[in-house]
Design a protein around this ligand. Structure first.
Ligand SMILES: Cc1cc2nc3c(=O)[nH]c(=O)nc-3n(C[C@H](O)[C@H](O)[C@H](O)COP(=O)(O)OP(=O)(O)OC[C@H]3O[C@@H](n4cnc5c(N)ncnc54)[C@H](O)[C@@H]3O)c2cc1C
Length: 591
């Protein structure tokens, strides 16, 4: 990273109409009929989105290039991390607006909005500056963990400050020997006579583990208590503040913890990724002893959807940047042109731009659909609750992995559209790819998401929830009876049949020949994502027509492009998945 003055960030215009339409596709209207959201209507949601869009475009987005070129800095003598002044300005505006409290229930002093509305804001924040956006993502996870597992006293002490963003939260899972396998966590929590715990250990890769934006940082730490069972069953969750908080809420003594260093990374330079040392730090148990994974899963599931959003978020910025370049850069003659054409006129450049824009839209609809089900699961009961809970569980790994993989692809296409200039840092498009590349890795790698989908999610009730989803998809397809949507429905119907066949095959493989299921899990997740995305693109086109949106043909054309370009690939995926572990065969490398 150079310290020379950075060039301006590429402009960002938040796609507010698209965000609202994606919320519609996800079922915003039905959500707002629930009692918990009686005080929210569509107009309020629209004005919240448009208000945040201004903040994102005018205040946050200009800090994005500084994030890449200057980034966060660590001072070994003080063990402090500093962030650029532009971050302070943008973050202060976020705190002043109390945006963080929007999804928290009104009983706890929040705005009581559906979290899917927050997902729209999270997308805009991440498109504007992904590094800075990570800070509130983790804080939001800490809030959810406290709401679900904290005591009254803990909520009273920490919640309000976390909600406004006056304090931030972190998630401390990873250790040098414990990445995907959290059962290897060594950090110890030893009980003290006063009921607190002494936390000792080293955590690595902790996002925003230390920084200068807030005067306290609330770490949620997974640790092992003495005599606990080995593996994940022996883990408990602890709240470990950077600065201890007095009973009246004022700040007390610094806790015995610090950042030992920050990582030098290929992207998200503005997000400090810290090695954290806990040296007999004072911790407070959150939730029951040895139920740490449950508490952490509350955070992780929230964070998985929020990280999924980074896919369309980065893709959107890359698309806007690449589009601006493609209309100004002239090269060659497009078919039928008599003079030099802007590169956007070339069919292959059109293809790349459309692939970027349609996968962005589809990924957005997918994540919002998963998040709307989460809202429904929390705010309804009985059969409605059960159905929504199963669907969000099923869709979360797909939303996280499919969307972040598409984000990397879109960022790469953005570079391709810039040609040689895409490889030159001056244009700023390379930042998109470097920033996007982490999303398939953190919050559980995409490979681990695929294994979760195949081994934990689809076998539930013998595949019943995939069938429930398939029924819902078929209901939409039955309504797609006009124009190109009819063809799109045919493509998605075929792909859905492939998904049903491979699901049965997978469930069988999980119980009888797990190797095959493991070898095909990533392909299966891609197939699953393609089908759901194709469905949502059709649903979006139908919704645009119901709403009487101008230029309704555009939504249908986008659905058609996506169905032809992406959904039709599902057949090839089936062949690959069902080839099982045998296709690794003799090529299998020695362990
Ligand atoms: C920038 C950044 C920020 C991060 N922020 C945080 C944070 O805030 N808090 C936190 O706790 N952690 C954080 N992490 C850690 C992150 O979640 C882990 O890096 C991630 O979970 C993968 O763990 P690992 O790096 O040890 O990779 P490994 O677990 O070593 O995996 C390496 C490869 O092997 C594969 N693999 C591993 N196990 C299996 C298996 N059983 N089956 C099939 N494939 C497998 C993986 O998919 C991957 O491709 C962050 C990491 C980075 C780089």
């Amino acid at each position: 990273m150079s310290t020379s003055a950075p060039l301006p960030s590429s402009p960002y215009v938040a796609p507010t109409d698209e965000l609202l339409l994606a919320l519609d596709v996800a079922g915003l209207d039905q959500l707002l009929t629930l009692e918990s959201f009686a005080h929210v209507d569509r107009d309020t949601v629209a004005s919240v989105i448009s208000e945040f869009a201004k903040l994102a475009a005018d205040v946050i987005a200009p800090s994005d290039r500084v994030s890449d070129v200057v980034g966060a800095h660590y001072d070994a003598s003080t063990r402090r991390v500093t962030t650029p002044p532009e971050f302070h300005k943008a973050y202060a505006r976020y705190v002043d607006g109390e945006w963080g409290s929007l999804p928290v229930e009104m009983a706890h002093g929040g705005g009581g909005f559906p979290s899917v509305v927050t997902a729209a804001l999270q997308e805009m924040f991440a498109t504007a500056n992904i590094s800075l956006a990570l800070n509130p993502v983790l804080t939001q996870g800490a809030i959810e963990a406290l709401l679900q597992w904290g005591t009254e006293e803990q909520r009273a002490l920490y919640l309000a400050k976390l909600m406004t963003g006056a304090w931030s939260g972190t998630m401390n899972l990873t250790e040098p020997q414990a990445g995907s396998d959290l059962g290897e966590i060594h950090t110890m929590a030893t009980p003290r006579p006063d009921g607190t715990w002494a936390i000792t250990g080293t955590k690595i890769f902790i996002t925003w583990g230390e920084h200068d934006l807030t005067d306290n940082i609330i770490h949620l730490v997974l640790a092992r208590t003495p005599d606990a069972a080995p593996g994940t069953k022996g883990l408990s969750l602890f709240l470990v503040p950077k600065v201890l908080v007095n009973p009246d809420g004022s700040l007390g003594e610094p806790n015995a913890l610090y950042a030992q260093s920050i990582e030098h990374k290929m992207g998200i330079h503005g997000s400090p990724t810290c090695v954290m040392q806990f040296e007999n730090a004072t911790g407070f148990l959150i939730g029951p002893l040895h139920a740490g994974m449950k508490g952490m899963f509350t955070m992780m599931n929230a964070a998985r959807l929020a990280i999924g959003i980074q896919g369309p978020a980065i893709a959107e910025r890359a698309y806007q940047h690449a589009y601006d370049y493609a209309v100004t850069r002239e090269q060659g003659r497009a078919p039928g042109a008599s003079t030099t054409s802007p590169i956007i006129a070339h069919p292959d450049v059109q293809r790349m731009l459309l692939l970027m824009s349609t996968t962005t839209i589809a990924a957005r609809c997918l994540i919002f659909t998963a998040t709307a089900n989460k809202d429904r699961a929390i705010h309804s009961d009985g059969a409605d609750h059960e159905r929504a809970q199963q669907l969000v569980d099923l869709l979360t790994p797909v939303a996280k992995a499919w969307s972040t993989d598409r984000g990397v692809e879109a960022a790469s296409l953005g570079i391709q559209i810039f040609g040689g200039m895409g490889f030159i840092e001056e244009t700023g498009i390379a930042q998109r790819w470097r920033d996007a590349r982490i999303a398939p890795i953190y919050e559980g790698t995409n490979g681990i998401q695929a294994i979760d989908l195949v081994f934990r999610k689809i076998p539930r009730d013998n595949g019943q929830w995939v069938q429930e989803l398939a029924t819902e998809i078929r209901e939409t397809l039955a309504r797609a009876t006009e124009g190109t949507l009819t063809d799109d429905a045919t493509y998605v119907r075929h792909a859905l049949e492939h998904l049903e066949d491979t699901t049965s095959w997978m469930i069988d493989a999980v119980s009888s020949h797990g190797d095959d299921a493991l070898a095909g899990a990533t392909g299966y997740l891609e197939l699953f994502g393609n089908v759901v995305a194709g469905w949502l693109m059709i649903k979006r086109a139908l919704r645009a027509r119901e709403l009487g949106l101008a230029d309704v043909a555009r939504y249908e054309q986008e659905s058609h492009f996506f169905a032809v370009e992406v959904v039709t690939k599902c057949g090839g995926l089936v062949t690959m998945i069902m080839a099982g572990a045998a296709r690794l065969g003799a090529l299998r490398l020695p362990a």
